[in-house]
Design a protein around this ligand. Sequence first.
Ligand code: TXA
Ligand code: MG
Length: 345
Amino acid sequence: METRILKINSPGDTENINAVAAVLKRGGVAAIPTETVYGLAANAFDTAAVENIFIAKGRPQDNPLIVHIAEFEALGELVREIPDSARKLAKEFWPGPLTMILPKSEKVPLAVTAGLDTVAVRMPSHPIAAAIIRASGLPLAAPSANLSGKPSPTNAKYVIEDLNGRVDAIADGGDCSAGVESTVISLAGGIPRILRPGVITVEQLRSVLGEVEIDKAVLAQPAKDERVISPGMKYKHYAPKAKITIINSSLERYIEYLNENGSPDTAALCFDGEERLMPIKSVTYGGADDSLGQAHRLFDALRELDEIGAQTAFARCPSSEGVGLAVYNRLLRAAAFRVVYLFDE
Ligand code: TXA
Ligand code: MG
């Protein structure tokens, strides 16, 4: 299939925005920028179009998609009812990187929700995403626009790398600001529960809702036969080719570890400014005390590890406070939960 690559610099680029919207209206699949990562979009009400997203990504059939809207009013036809908690969160965080799980309406096809009776909805704040949704007049089902199992793309060049020839169009809107996917919270019953951390933090959600739980899959590896409420969390995810291990230690012990375990095929995934201290080749992923900067850089850095041909990578361990929880959650999955703890003597 020939993929049209459409450069869009601003929501005022109506010609290319309308071209992407036209692809979506006729049941095509198009990658679009959002403030988190690029999404691979199709008409959420069109089962065949949604099935083509799964084919293009090689996505497992049991992993549901997020539906993207541009106005709060569009939520009504997607869900059975809008609880107070959803109204409060929307008021505070929409448009923005927050996805809410709610009981789905009849109108949402089971292809979108992978057979679940709940649907994930978010309203992106990226002006180009909003313009494309409005121009199409549709709610757009969209997972991240990577091949399944690869790091989510934070720039159109990675979408092109993964999906050129597999989708109808790619809208190139430059870099994504957040760099990790949205925070996912379930409001589908019981105490609100965070299924995936993001740049909207647990603390921010608690300040609006009071009690909020963090699903144990956020930091723990689910057992093979365990039922997980967010199916996406059970897959090894975000992984580059390099085998990653997280090293939880001081900088000094980390450097010792690299001296003992490094080789020409090995790379260090370290914080900004530390690269000059590394005894082996390195890739940086933000400042040691800058969780937002780490989130912005992490997926790019994972792809860079492949570009420099690393077979094995040892990663500095991020903080898991605030936005750091999202960074640690993604890095843990990229590392298939391998963590080495080294304590100072
Ligand atoms: O920032 C984002 O959320 C990006 C951009 C494109 O919006 N999208 C994204 O989609 O990350 P995806 O498909 O890569 O991740 C969606 C996550 C998965 O972990 C999936 O299992 C979960 O949301 N999810 C979707 N619907 C769900 C549902 N009904 N119940 C529980 N989890 C759900
Ligand atoms: Mg994804």
